[in-house]
Every structure is written in C-alpha cells, then in structure tokens.
Design a protein around this ligand. Structure first.
Ligand SMILES: C[S@@+](CC[C@H](N)C(=O)[O-])C[C@H]1O[C@@H](n2cnc3c(N)ncnc32)[C@H](O)[C@@H]1O
Length: 266
C-alpha cells in the first residue's frame, strides 16, 4: 500500500495525514492484514467492502486508531499538574474534582494522575473526592486499561520509588501490574469522542494526542466545541505538547507560561 492509497483510507474518515505520517507503518500493516482477511486485493475493493458491511467498517475504524501512550508522557505537564495546577484546584475547597480522560488508550494517562494524587494525599493530607471518567472508542484498549498490566518497557519514565509503591512485578519483572488501590474509582467507558461527551462540569479534561492530532475539519472543531462545553467554568484543558487549539477562542486562556494547559474563563 503506497502513501496515496493510505491517504484514501484517511480521507474516508476525515483523518489527518500530518497526524498519521509518522505512525503510518504500523497502521498500514494492520489494514493490510484486514484486507487479506476480507480477500480485498486493492484499496478500491477494500473501500467498497467497507461501504457494504458495517461490521467490517467498525473493525477498520478500530484498526485506524493509534494507541501509543506512556506513563507521564510530556513530563513537564505532569510536574506542572502536581506542583501547581492540582494544589491550586484543591485550595478551592471543592468537594469533588471531576476529570475526563478523552481517548485514554491503555490507561497510562489515568494511572499517572492516580499516582500523582496519591503523592498529594501524602503531602497535603485531606483531599477532595477524585472522580475520573476515562473513555476510548477501542474496547480492547479499555480492557487492557482495566487490567492495568504493562511491559516493563512502558515504565521507563516512572520513578523507581513510584514503581515500588504503585506496581506489582509479574513474571519476574517482565511485566508490572498497577496495584489494586489505584484501580479504584475510575469509570472506564467505551465512547467516541466525536459524539456527545459522557458528562459535564469537568474540572479537568485531558484531550491529549487524539482529536487535535489525528482528525481534520470539520470533525475537529465540532467535537472540540462540545468538549469545551463540558468543562466547568475555570476548569482546565490539557492538550498534547505538540498540539494546538483548532481555533482562537476567548473562552480559553493559556495558563502562562505553558502552551499545553488552558483555563476556561466562562
Ligand atoms: C495516541 S493515544 C493517546 C493516549 C493518551 N491520551 C496520551 O496522550 O498518551 C490515542 C487514543 O485515542 C483513541 N481515539 C482515537 N479516536 C477516537 C475517537 N474518535 N473516540 C474515542 N477515542 C478515540 C484511540 O483509540 C487511542 O487509544
């Protein structure tokens, strides 16, 4: 499959070439396998098969998702969250802090937050209730997230003391499982970020390395507006360190000096 053919696959769902360029090798491999299973010899035959069969179409949509993630991805953001953003939110004396992780992959982002929260509990003491809803369209990712088992290579950016406190080694250290106390109070839900948000009044939304990287207009703007709408006034929006907002808006103000966190003004 050459890049022109791959672009046809992206266009079908309004996905972005710029977002997929670097990761296309792995995606092409998965799609080629699916084409073989369906007996399609070329992209045209595959696209026409997808038109005919909704199950195959669903499968294609899942195969196009990119679930690369890691604990504490963009470490500057996590430091800021731990040292500044969360302590400020906690000072506001809320009873509950509501968080939505959009496109949570295998849970790395959610468990990174839980690890930070545990550290804050030790340092600050009494914390508000933390309610996390984590959504992804890929059910296989969600199953992996719930199980919370990761190869040791995924833990490269996790500090040694956190590995000891938060993970259980398995198979002699080949893999590590998140300890059960960290798995509590997380709602995992299969949901498409292009459809309606799973709630409202979120104090923090993680919208990192999915909508803004892999989708094109008009989906990007339409979904983004709904997501922002579900953020509470003065709630925080976190985006990936290489991402930009899809349009200028006076509803969101960057939390200076960072370019990856925004505060909702009204
Ligand atoms: C590259 S991972 C990013 C994971 C994490 N947010 C991070 O920054 O490390 C993107 C995730 O978004 C999910 N995703 C992509 N499109 C989606 C959609 N339309 N609805 C819900 N999840 C989606 C994928 O299944 C994948 O697990």
């Amino acid at each position: 499959m050459d890049d022109n053919q791959f672009r046809k696959l992206l266009e079908r769902q309004n996905l972005s070439w710029a977002g997929y360029r670097k990761v296309r090798k792995g995606v092409k491999k998965r799609i080629r396998r699916h084409m073989r299973e369906l007996g399609c010899r070329n992209i045209e035959a595959y696209l026409s098969e997808l038109e005919k069969n909704s199950e195959d179409r669903k499968q294609y949509e899942l195969l196009m998702t990119v679930s690369i993630s890691r604990f504490f991805r963009d470490c500057k953001f996590w430091q800021t969250l731990q040292n500044e953003l969360l302590p400020n939110l906690i000072k506001e004396n809320k009873e509950k802090i509501k968080v939505w992780s959009v496109g949570c992959a295998r849970g790395e982002e959610v468990y990174s937050l839980k690890m930070i929260w545990e550290q804050l509990k030790e340092n600050i003491g009494n914390l508000p209730e933390l309610e996390i809803i984590a959504t992804d369209m890929n059910p296989a990712c969600l199953e992996r997230a719930k199980a919370g088992i990761y190869p040791s290579s995924s833990l490269k950016e996790v500090k040694k003391e956190l590995i000891t406190a938060c993970f259980e080694p398995k198979k002699g250290g080949i893999s590590y499982e998140i300890k059960s106390f960290l798995k509590k109070d997380i709602i995992w839900k299969q949901s498409n970020l292009l459809s309606d948000p799973p709630g409202s009044g979120f104090n923090i939304i993680f919208l990192r390395n999915n909508l803004l990287t892999y989708y094109q207009e008009p989906e990007k703007t339409t979904a983004f507006k709904k997501i922002i709408h579900s953020l509470s006034p003065s709630g925080l929006l976190s985006i990936g360190s290489h991402e930009k907002l899809p349009f200028q808006t006076d509803k969101l103000k960057p939390v200076e000096p960072y370019s990856f966190v925004f505060k909702k003004l009204f």
